[in-house]
Ligand binder design. Sequence first.
Ligand SMILES: Nc1ncnc2c1ncn2[C@@H]1O[C@H](COP(=O)(O)OP(=O)(O)OP(=O)(O)O)[C@@H](O)[C@H]1O
Ligand SMILES: [Mg+2]
Length: 430
Amino acid sequence: MSESQAAVVAKLNQTTDNVFVSGEAGTGKSVVLRDFVNTTSKKVVVCAPTGLAANHVDGVTIHSLFRLPLNDHFIDYSPNPDPEADKVLAGADTVVIDEASMVRADMLDAIDSRLRLAREDARPFGGAQMILFGDLLQLPPVTNGNNMNLLRKKYESEFFFDAEASKAAEFVSVELTEILRQQEPDLVAALRRTRVGKIQRADLDLLNTRVAAPTQMLPSPVLATKNTVVNGHNERGLEALPGAPVKFIREWQPRDGLKAPQEAPCESQIVLKVGCPVLFTRNDSELGISNGMSGIVSKLDAESATVQCGRQLIEVEPVSWPVKEYVHDSTSGRVRLVEQGEFIQLPLRLGFAMTIHRSQGQTYDRATIDFSQGRPFAAGQGYVAISRVRQLEGLTLTCALQTTDFKCSRRALAFLRDSLRASNARSSPR
Ligand SMILES: Nc1ncnc2c1ncn2[C@@H]1O[C@H](COP(=O)(O)OP(=O)(O)OP(=O)(O)O)[C@@H](O)[C@H]1O
Ligand SMILES: [Mg+2]
């Protein structure tokens, strides 16, 4: 750890304030997070908005920690008691969240309600200390036309700092400023400018030296903006591998003859070959797997896949994906959760390619960026993609990058500047 990283860890140990640790991509925020969690005497729970990001910091997803339903939004959400989850939340001193730029305002308010309920404490976040890590100039929270309309009515923006709970909780901002993932000075300077929406012609020229020749092999993972493009790369990656494909088809086992729901939590079919990269899509502590963990298939038969993760070999069989729905019981007048049935499928997906959303938080020696079939649409999306590799040489582009690939959220930039100024003023002696 660098001196400035160690200073942040010390501060997190000392303070009971709510803290937002920010910093550019690769400034070692997640490294600080892990060090703090591993060394502190505080009772800490760790989570992140996506499975891969949670896995990176040995945590769980926000949905799983706070038992949030898979709702489109949490406006006017009020949690029901959940004795098991509530015990965990009541026992924690500190809640740590990584990749907080992707935490939506309504989600933070849902976390706040869940914590106040679980801890039987009406203070913000039920009196728990909140420590959020993230870079607001990376990907913003995911929204869609439907929830964006509702969010706009209640919140100034979709970012976590505009949640009602944030206003009450008074986050103190701390910033890491030394980029540690990359070392090449011209690359670091280009990344810094790109992040704040000030990419220059020379930066594009530097990055565009990495455009691949048409016949060149594209190193994995391929990062793309859309799922359809990701799926295409995964299919082609598989095709290019020698050996026989093995197909795993999803089964539906209904309860009381109910039909399979349209939306399923797992893939309808998974085709694998020995040697293909995969990502786990579930947590299972007995198997030693977690959502987002990656590996290479080393053996296949009709019923199972063996996946090599580092030196470990893990045999993976199809698992149950129960589907539940709330049903209103007319006799008691109450709503209850009823299991409709279960899907049976492997907890895996192909790992030749992934969306940029999934890649946030990751560091790669090599990666390919494919904007040829879909340019970045969200603020920070292009910046997240180009900031994943350690060296310029590790980057492969399928087409030239352009200025418009790098949008920057003004709201996030303004908040960042104001909050850091306010926190510096507070901590410096008068
Ligand atoms: N003290 C350090 N010394 C050397 N390398 C470091 C140090 N801290 C971090 N790094 C390197 O920088 C990389 C990025 O660190 P980390 O993932 O913690 O950054 P981050 O700020 O969380 O980035 P992101 O915003 O992309 O999530 C690490 O993989 C590691 O290789
Ligand atoms: Mg990180």
